[in-house]
Design a protein around this ligand. Structure first.
Ligand SMILES: *[C@@H]1O[C@H](CO)[C@@H](O)[C@H](O)[C@H]1NC(C)=O
Ligand SMILES: *[C@@H]1O[C@H](CO)[C@@H](O)[C@H](O)[C@H]1NC(C)=O
Ligand SMILES: *[C@@H]1O[C@H](CO)[C@@H](O)[C@H](O)[C@H]1NC(C)=O
Ligand SMILES: *[C@@H]1O[C@H](CO)[C@@H](O)[C@H](O)[C@H]1NC(C)=O
Ligand SMILES: *[C@@H]1O[C@H](CO)[C@@H](O)[C@H](O)[C@H]1NC(C)=O
Ligand SMILES: *[C@@H]1O[C@H](CO)[C@@H](O)[C@H](O)[C@H]1NC(C)=O
Ligand SMILES: *[C@@H]1O[C@H](CO)[C@@H](O)[C@H](O)[C@H]1NC(C)=O
Length: 436
């Protein structure tokens, strides 16, 4: 795979060309039409009614009284100081809730000493509104504690955390580094000078964060006679894990795996070295299979690989599908995302391909989780999809580059930093605390 041409970490050097090279392929999705917005008055969420992985997403939080005495807890939840409430614990699904106004604003700014990829540095490029940074996720039945960087670093002392996936996975990694910046700065200990495989080391905590670039999780090759382009054909070897992560992950303590928009592109699917079908390949003698088929098999292979690694003892998080929010056209036909307010969960539900991708990966996750129990490997669902479907306002849109740069494509896939992607790491911290 021509990785270097496909994905360039902009860092502080975003140019039009690198933007296009890096960004176009990720957006190789063919949206049938403008995403329809379903307005619905159902108050119970779809995920709740489907009862998806109720165990994996439920987090037992302390009773309110205990929370109030926690330094992590935001003051607004101090509601009950009755001693009798002291030891009450209740279970709360932190992934079901709404976005509420938060006057405190974000944890960091574009001036914070951390690497914000230009393409997600929305304030730098003049995004005029800032309400999108002043929202917090409010679970229905509890409060999501604030991110405490020192607590996070102490929990992960001596450990390695790896993000396996595409540039949206890296978006979360960069958010994490910025969230930790008020407590510690890492040094760059990358093995290779390629942001797709960046490694950050926190000396005082002996803690490493690594990015392992693998947008399809399985082995992939360019297969287009005209070379790589946004809609060029690739071969996808659905039963062969991508060595880019599989050979690196054995000594990792925590793996956060994800995949998304890359599965919309044209593929020829291989299994056992044979063509089994294709997606949008326009070849009459090859069976048409869906993008969901490729997505399912890629996760199946990734999870099986993790389950089969002899020395791997890590904790595995599946960060669920990150929805995009193109409106007014397809991604390559003038589509954009100009909203400045979140949806409420009454206004927008998870549906269409977002739902299909989500259910597809969760199904594979559940199989792996079960097998993991037998092998003493823990699989956890970092179940961000439902929260993020409500954030059409969280994407860079046109504010991932300078206005004079002739870029007609809007980014409604990645997430501005600071922005709602920071919540993924608030979730992560709470889940890590539960493992203690
Ligand atoms: C949903 O999960 C709850 C708790 O895990 C369980 O009691 C209930 O029976 C489940 N409902 C369905 C429809 O599976
Ligand atoms: C959910 O957790 C309960 C106890 O915490 C356990 O008995 C049950 O088997 C779990 N269910 C699933 C589907 O994992
Ligand atoms: C405080 O907790 C006690 C014991 O659980 C309960 O009886 C009381 O109603 C609670 N008060 C408030 C204001 O929530
Ligand atoms: C940060 O954003 C402000 C606008 O809010 C902009 O003026 C400034 O140049 C940006 N700084 C950096 C380092 O991006
Ligand atoms: C750092 O952590 C590694 C395990 O990840 C451990 O082998 C090593 O001894 C630790 N180093 C120090 C100085 O604690
Ligand atoms: C499909 O047909 C082409 C020639 O038209 C051939 O090269 C290719 O091998 C065939 N593929 C399969 C899977 O039969
Ligand atoms: C921007 O695009 C227009 C029309 O395609 C072209 O005339 C102009 O030269 C471009 N400007 C830059 C800076 O590339």
């Amino acid at each position: 795979m021509k990785a270097s041409a496909m994905e360039v970490l902009g860092g502080k050097h975003t140019l039009l060309n690198s933007f296009k090279k890096a960004f176009l392929p990720i957006l190789t999705l063919v949206l049938l039409i403008t995403i329809p917005l379903y307005l619905s008055n159902t108050s119970s969420s779809l995920l709740r009614s489907l009862n998806i992985s109720s165990n994996a997403t439920s987090i037992s939080l302390l009773g309110k009284n205990d929370l109030a005495s926690s330094p992590l807890q935001s003051p607004k939840t101090i509601t009950n100081d009755s001693a009798s409430a002291k030891n009450t614990h209740h279970r709360c699904n932190i992934f079901q809730g709404n976005w509420v106004p938060d006057s405190k604003g974000p944890y960091y700014t574009n001036e914070t000493k951390c690497l914000i990829d230009d393409r997600q540095n929305c304030m730098k490029f003049g995004r005029p509104d800032n309400e999108f940074m002043k929202r917090r996720w409010k679970p229905d039945e509890c409060e999501l504690p604030l991110f405490d960087p020192v607590q996070f670093l102490e929990l992960l002392r001596g450990k390695t955390l790896a993000f396996v996936g595409d540039s949206v996975g890296r978006n979360q990694m960069q958010s994490l580094v910025c969230l930790l910046a008020s407590a510690a700065y890492p040094v760059d200990v990358s093995y290779i000078p390629d942001g797709k495989f960046r490694r950050w080391f926190y000396q005082d905590y002996n803690f490493t964060i690594a990015a392992l670039w693998s947008p399809q999780l399985v082995r992939a090759h360019d297969a287009d006679p005209d070379g790589f382009s946004p809609n060029s054909l690739m071969n996808l070897y659905l039963d062969e894990a991508d060595e880019a992560w599989a050979s690196e992950v054995e000594n990792v303590d925590i793996v956060i795996i994800s995949a998304g928009q890359w599965f919309f592109r044209p593929f020829i699917y291989y299994e056992k070295g044979q063509v089994v079908g294709c997606h949008k390949c326009n070849k009459k003698n090859i069976t048409d299979l869906t993008c969901y088929y490729g997505y399912k098999m890629a996760f199946r292979t990734a999870f099986r690989t993790l389950l089969s690694l002899q020395n791997f003892k890590g904790l595995i998080f599946l960060r669920t599908f990150s929805p995009d929010h193109f409106e007014n056209g397809d991604w390559n036909k003038g589509g954009n995302c100009v909203r400045t307010r979140p949806f409420t969960k009454q206004e927008r539900k998870l549906d269409g391909y977002n739902l299909e991708f989500y259910l597809t990966q969760v199904e594979e996750f559940k199989v792996a989780e079960k097998e993991g129990r037998e092998r003493n490997l823990k699989f956890r669902l970092l179940d961000t999809t439902e929260a993020m479907i409500l954030r059409p306002d969280g994407h860079p849109n046109q504010y991932g580059h300078w206005p004079h740069e002739n870029n007609t494509l809007a980014d409604c896939v990645h997430w501005c930093m600071p922005g709602p992607v920071d919540t993924w790491n608030e979730f992560l911290l709470q889940m890590l605390k539960m493992e203690e």
